[in-house]
Write a protein that binds this ligand. Sequence first.
Ligand code: PLP
Length: 296
Amino acid sequence: MAAARFALLITPAESTDEERADFSDSFRRIDPGAPALSVGELSTQRGDGIFESIGVVDGHAQEVEAHVQRLAHSAALCELPEPHREQWRQAVAIAAAECGPGEWVIKLILSRGVDHGPAPTAWVTAAPAGDFAAARADGIRVVTLDRGYDSGAAERSPWLLLGAKTLSYAVNMAALREAHRRGADDAIFVTTDGVVLEAPTASLILRFGDRFVTPAPHGGILQGTTQISLFAHLEEQGFTTEYATVPTADLATADQAWLVSSVRLAAPIAAIDDAPLAIDHAFTDGLNAYLLSARD
Ligand code: PLP
């Protein structure tokens, strides 16, 4: 992703304020290249906050509602004040109007704010997206990486915040570096008891014949907006979709597989742990054409 070209600071409104229809005076446009946060910010000191990345295609922000709802879900898991959904929708609309042609990314960030401060800190940015043409067309090689906990961890230890999209992505970035060290492009996390989870920044979809399967989002993984959207699209085409507990061994029996996410979209998997996997280029092109069409 390129540097942000647009940034908007948000004074978060109370979620209970149902009367208010116009939030323009709660937004302050700032220079995206200039310092903006206090050194006491808990987002930067502890990664204590949540975020969303929304794909934008030719000025149309994709699946805004799903992202705003997931922001609210993450806020609830992290015990942050409930976001005022309409305020965030309006902030996204302002940011989308600043995006030029082609693919961009809008980020929503809600931090716990400054230690002992009055309120959370919130902002939105817009930046041109990276170029993912090669990943979409040629595919990506992935390795499985042990996530270090078993499939009961999310339920047993809710303080791990496993289903929340928190700003603490240092582990996710370390996993990507490990994948690169092993000669791969990306990773698939698996639990210590052999259950497939997700990638560090994407969801996994496996194809078995005409059945499409994704690991069930039982709290151990983030449910992807792209996966949900693709499942609806696949069902419309007559395919079967399924949320399942996927044993690691099943990765070897899939006919095809993709990592899917809001900005890179559908990246077909060319190999898992060096075992080659077939890529259906025409089918994958169809998935990405759908993901690039205006979606609400
Ligand atoms: N899982 C993780 C851990 C992610 O970080 C992401 C996206 O960033 C996803 C899944 C895919 O989510 P989405 O499709 O909403 O981008």
